[in-house]
Design a protein around this ligand. Structure first.
Ligand code: FES
Length: 113
């Protein structure tokens, strides 16, 4: 059930990414939103190679050309649409997608990732 208001879609610039935190019990989980070519993708901030956060700098999840999600640790590249790794040490593995629902301009996700 998508019951948690994550953000307004205008909080994320086109061809850019932004991190948001989702309450999870006594802690929080990091997810990030990518907007590109009219597509909205949301993934958990977790590299399938070593399980570490993907970014070293706030809100920087895309490569320089803004064509792929990039892991800052070993440079793995992931497709923006489905999160599949197409280059790097976790080739063929995928980022974990977060199901979302757009209600007008508001993006809702489930807190149970
Ligand atoms: S930890 Fe992400 S590519 Fe190695």
């Amino acid at each position: 059930m998508t019951d948690h208001l994550l953000c307004n879609i205008n909080d994320v610039d086109e061809e850019d990414s932004k991190e948001f935190m989702i309450p999870a019990g006594e802690t929080e989980r990091s997810v990030f939103v990518v907007k590109k070519d009219g597509l909205i993708s949301i993934f958990t901030n977790h590299c399938p190679h070593l399980g570490v956060p993907l970014n070293m700098e706030p809100d920087r999840f895309l490569d320089v050309e803004k064509n792929f999600v990039i892991c800052s640790t070993h440079g793995a590249l992931f497709k923006i649409d489905d999160g599949e790794c197409v280059h790097g040490p976790c080739l063929g593995k995928k980022l974990t997608p977060v199901t979302y629902e757009l209600r007008g301009e508001e993006v809702f996700v489930s807190k149970d990732l």
